[in-house]
Design a protein around this ligand. Structure first.
Ligand code: NCW
Length: 450
């Protein structure tokens, strides 16, 4: 059973949906720049995206119709402070305040994410997260968010998927800013990001003393291949451990969560990176270790693991012909069982599923509807697994579906559709998919229909 005050919602991020306006006063961010470099699958950019800055009233009315109770969205740092650290853009403050008021009028509770990947370009040009000043830049931004919106919002999330910012943006270069830095520099960038998180929590506590503040990392979940205790142990060990391949370091749970929750980096990682680490002071660790109210987690899939003859971790085969989404991400509903269960066991903090969902190639049917049975099947299985984790004692605070509507899927452009609402990008017409009506029932019944 989900708790009575379980938070049911949908999520988006600013760059993926907002679009631009010549008059809006927004500054450039790293994705504006990255899109110009021939990096996006369909050659697109997010200059228009879902045109949410002009259509949010319609979108909140649609959400209301869908029975959405909470909306997780992000503020664009470079829209709010065009060069990242200087003057505040009053038009952005007005825009987001009006959005927040409109959410309230529609009975929708806002969850603001401060950082969902769109870093101000002016700051990236100063080195971005590798610059030791970067935590302070973020602190100022968090102060502006607190000062501008704390009277209209009770829930904040500092970072979305820091693993992707560092791993995809700075290590692999698949995402903006497209850097391929050595492990040493990426570890330092991650450390600055974690310090920025600590400073932001402190700033928000001061400006919004009654608000809940959380953080939303991600990670593929290691799934026990069977229910044998040794396989469960092997999966847990793999989930919280490290891959010997240093090039994979950024896709790690504990490097991004232990400092936040326990105030220390995991020993196994410290040993693995001993030649790449900088000086880590007690002062830094205390700063990173600010009490938070919940652990947000974006969970999409996992990989099977079993125990070898001597208890060692063995990657198991997936079933032949296993299901995949349009992202070619495997469909593994038990990721929403084992992930929250393992995380709650280790960190003893409320877990908020800040994202889950699937990309599909939805095509409007002759009757005009979007009959996305695959998404319904996916969600039914995943959310049932989450319910099982809750039944067995993991404290699950809520679930946000990614995404409210189809949107700009980063390096995949508009080729992948994650929404409960279909967007026709030529006309900007929104159509609630069958999955949107199905999810309405889930929210209405608090999961009793699963
Ligand atoms: S990780 C990821 N996503 C999707 C995105 O729309 C959202 O903003 C994110 O929080 C859905 O959830 C997250 N997209 C990036 C996928 C990149 C995979 C690249 C792998 C390269 C090997």
């Amino acid at each position: 059973m989900f708790k009575n005050d379980f938070v049911w919602g949908v999520a988006t991020s600013s760059y993926q949906i907002e679009g631009r306006d010549q008059e809006d006063g927004a500054g450039l961010n790293i994705w504006d720049d990255f899109c110009k470099k021939g990096t996006i699958a369909d050659g697109s950019n997010a200059d228009v995206a879902c045109d949410m800055i002009h259509r949010y009233k319609e979108d909140f009315a649609i959400m209301k119709m869908m029975g959405v109770k909470a909306y997780r969205f992000s503020v664009s740092w470079s829209r709010l402070i065009p060069d990242g650290i200087g003057e505040v853009n009053k038009k952005a403050v007005e825009l987001y305040r009006d959005m927040l008021i409109c959410m309230k009028e529609n009975g929708i509770k806002p969850f603001i994410t401060l950082f969902h990947w769109e870093y101000p370009l002016a700051l990236e040009e100063k080195g971005g997260w590798v610059n030791s000043e970067s935590p302070k830049w973020f602190e100022r931004y968090a102060q502006v968010v607190g000062e501008s919106f704390a009277d209209l919002c009770d829930d904040f999330i500092t970072f979305n998927e820091p693993q992707c910012t560092i791993g995809l943006g700075y290590l692999r270069g698949y995402h903006a800013p497209g850097k391929k830095l050595p492990v040493k520099d990426t570890l330092f960038a991650a450390h600055n990001l974690l310090k920025a998180h600590g400073l932001a929590v402190k700033a928000l506590r001061k400006l919004a003393p009654n608000a809940r503040v959380g953080y939303a990392p991600t990670c593929g979940v290691a799934l026990p291949a069977t229910n044998k205790p040794e396989d469960i142990e092997a999966a847990k060990k793999r989930y919280f451990g490290f891959d010997e391949d240093k090039g994979n370091w950024a896709w790690n749970v504990t490097w991004f969560l232990d400092p936040v929750i326990f105030g220390r980096y995991p020993e196994e990682g410290i040993e693995l990176f001993k030649d790449d680490l900088f000086e880590i002071t007690d002062e830094d660790m205390e700063l990173i270790n600010q009490p938070i109210d919940f652990i947000g987690q974006n969970i999409y899939n996992g990989y099977p693991v079993s125990a070898g003859a001597n208890g060692e971790i063995v990657y198991a085969d997936r079933d032949r012909g296993y299901n995949q989404t349009a992202m070619t991400w495997p469909v593994t509903p038990d990721a929403l069982y084992w992930g929250p269960k393992f995380l709650y066991e280790r960190y003893k903090k409320d877990i908020l599923i800040t994202e889950n969902g699937m990309a599909d190639c939805d095509i409007p049917a002759p009757d005009g509807g979007i009959h996305d049975g695959s998404r319904i099947a996916f969600l039914d299985k995943y959310i049932s697994n989450l319910q099982k984790a809750a039944d067995e004692g993991a404290s699950i605070m809520g679930y946000f579906h990614w995404s409210y509507c189809d949107n700009f899927e980063w390096a995949d452009g508009y080729t992948k559709r994650f929404g409960l609402v279909y967007v026709d990008y030529t006309t900007q017409k929104r159509t609630i998919k069958d999955s949107g009506f199905w999810f309405k029932k889930v929210m209405e019944t608090n999961g009793a229909n699963l």
